[in-house]
Design a protein around this ligand. Structure first.
Ligand code: DON
Length: 597
């Protein structure tokens, strides 16, 4: 299906932005121009097969057209990018129940047009009754309780996050931003994306009665064109509209969450909900070839790990190696291997575990790590230890959206309930699909989690602690300090490598938004020692060369990530594309079209 979509796009007439500046004006990192790169012969998204959406007055790009439209409508009504983010976030909770959420959490990175930057942590927190060994059985083996059922959920952060973001930066009334979600929850016409998701996950959804009652009405997944009504969720959103954060963390909604947890032997109480807060953290910032990258600090590992990777890569002339040449893929994988070794050992909730952030993102440390890379052969992962000494002993589902408004305010949000449909538990009476984020903690040091991440004791479960994330909402400023790129993706452990690659695609290889998004993606996470690439993403010759260098190459069955990026063109227009891998939508305010064919 995705391949035929790529083909359809190939046949579509080419739509270009009106060049308010000449081609030379596009030379700011040549972001609008796109280098000519050629991908492997059978790659699903050949260069030139897609066109960006270009806007003059704002852009919302998400994984779902309905949610993108909701955000764009808020921009049209005069709301800013943060207002649009709030409305989009809540709309996604209705139209994208597999990942969009109010039963989960996430991270927001903001860069306002006046230069203010901010990053907001609304990650879930472990309930106060949580313990380090809660996911082990009597014999000390890891169970599946971190993945499925009531124990798998952390205290949700999304409503607190949106409330905080709105309090600080919002301009339109809160209730107006929640209302679209109320309307959608009262009934949506099921579109293809949702129908496919419900159909392919019907077995999982059927395991918990309330989840099945809502999402498998008449005991079957709804078909395209059916109406899906989420009455309880609409009422929850009404309480949130009326009472703000208290409409979720107190009153009726909190009672319903606590009652559900009691029924299913979960841990979240009304006290856990009442004490939850979203936290403003200092944004993670680092330089990359004259650009400034602004991303998420711990408890997301995204910014720090990406910084270490890109700082290592800054020592190589990637451009002259050639895109996805064996040399390029090799150094990318070696940088990732080292950065993930550090990530997995050291990173955790900074309120619980001292974080070596400044050291990990320093150029000096990158130089030390780079010095251990051999250019002609892979370093086996067992030979790559975390680089900063002994780590402290104590202590698929997600979605991303990017928004830029007419004034130039930019917002990147990645949000998740972890697996598809989270813990599979829906709060009876409240319609909230709950996360299974507890699996992002280390259930047992050395034992991989669902993403194969082998993490350490720093990320052990503790009451009130936030589990380490890989989510990497990111904004890149050009050398003149203007927003160039707003980006992020789902994909569990692969999020960081995907976003490091997108940043490098744009900065090193000067790709435009479609080429940077279409390019085949790579991943290495230290353990397992495997260099993964997307199906048909590398040519046979490149793969053979990498194998000869000692890489354990693994071709993925499916795709990696669902990147939603906006590139701001030199003339201030926004150019965007939803990742064709899952088929979202970029919706423009003041769309600029010029059909050249
Ligand atoms: O926070 C994290 O890193 C994970 N819970 C993200 C999960 C994810 O991206 C799943 N989607 N594909």
């Amino acid at each position: 299906m995705i391949r035929s979509r790529a083909l359809a796009l190939l046949l579509a007439p080419l739509v270009l932005s009106v060049p308010a500046c000449g081609p030379s004006g596009l030379s700011r990192a040549d972001a609008a121009q796109g280098d000519t790169v050629t991908f492997a012969p059978n790659w699903a998204f050949p260069n030139g097969s897609m066109s960006p959406v270009v806007a003059e007055k704002g852009m919302v790009v998400t994984t779902d057209r309905v949610a993108s439209e909701v955000g764009a409508e808020i921009l049209r009504r005069g709301g800013n990018a943060v207002d649009a983010a709030v409305a989009t976030h809540f709309a996604l909770a209705v139209v994208n129940p597999e990942a969009g959420n109010i039963g989960g959490g996430g991270f927001m990175v903001v860069r306002m047009a006046n230069g203010t930057t901010a990053s907001l942590d609304f990650r879930e927190a472990a309930p106060m009754a949580a313990t380090a060994n809660m996911f082990l059985d009597a014999a000390g083996n890891v169970t599946d309780r971190s993945l499925m059922g009531h124990l798998a959920s952390g205290v949700p952060g999304s409503v607190a996050g949106m409330w905080e973001a709105h309090k600080r930066f919002g301009t339109l009334p809160w209730a107006d931003l929640v209302q679209p979600a109320v309307n959608l929850a009262e009934g949506i016409v099921v579109h293809e994306r949702l129908a496919n998701s419900l159909r392919s996950n019907a077995d999982k959804i059927g395991r918990f009665h309330e989840t099945a009652r809502i999402f498998l009405p008449n005991n079957r997944p709804p078909r395209v064109g059916d109406r899906l009504v989420q009455t309880d969720l609409a009422n929850t959103f009404r309480r949130i509209a009326a009472d703000g954060m208290a409409g979720f963390y107190g009153g009726r909604t909190a009672e319903l969450i606590e009652a559900e947890m009691r029924r299913g032997n979960g841990l979240i109480t009304r006290e856990d909900l009442a004490r939850y807060r979203a936290v403003w953290r200092d944004p993670l910032r680092f330089g990359y070839r004259g650009h400034e990258v602004i991303s998420m600090p711990p408890p997301s590992s995204g910014g720090v790990t990406m910084a270490e990777m890109l700082n290592i890569l800054e020592g190589y002339d990637l451009r002259s190696m050639g895109y996805l040449s064996p040399e390029h893929v090799h150094v990318f994988a070696e940088a990732a291997r080292r950065a993930y070794a550090d990530r997995n050992a050291y990173l955790a909730d900074p309120d619980f575990v001292p974080q070596p952030t400044q050291r990990m993102i320093s150029d000096e440390y990158a130089a030390e790590r780079r010095a251990t890379i051999a250019l002609d052969r892979a370093t086996p992962s067992p030979q790559v230890a975390p680089g900063l000494g002994a780590p402290p002993r104590e202590g698929t589902h997600t979605t991303h959206y990017s928004i830029v408004d007419e004034a130039g305010n930019a917002v990147a949000v990645t949000t998740t309930i972890n697996s598809l449909y989270g813990s599979l538990v829906t709060i009876e009476g409240a319609g909230i699909v709950m996360n299974n984020e507890m699996d992002d903690f280390t259930a047992k040091p050395g034992v991989p989690n669902q993403f194969g991440l082998v993490q350490g004791a720093a990320n052990a479960v503790a009451p009130g602690k936030r589990m380490l994330s890989a989510m990497t909402p990111t904004i890149v400023l050009d050398p003149r300090g203007r927003v160039l790129l707003v980006t992020g993706t789902p994909g569990g452990a692969t999020i960081i490598t995907s976003i490091a690659q997108i940043v490098s695609n744009v900065v090193d290889f000067r790709m435009d938004v479609t080429t940077a998004t279409a390019a085949p993606r790579l991943h290495h996470q230290h353990l397992p020692d495997s260099l993964r690439y997307e199906n048909d993403g590398l040519s046979a010759a490149t793969a053979a060369r990498l194998r000869a260098m000692g890489h354990a190459l693994a071709e993925r069955e499916g795709y990696q990530g669902d990147v939603q990026s906006i590139i701001v063109l030199p003339n201030g227009y926004q150019s965007a594309i939803a990742d064709p891998r899952r088929g979202g939508a970029a919706v423009a305010v003041g769309e600029v079209r010029r059909v050249v064919q």
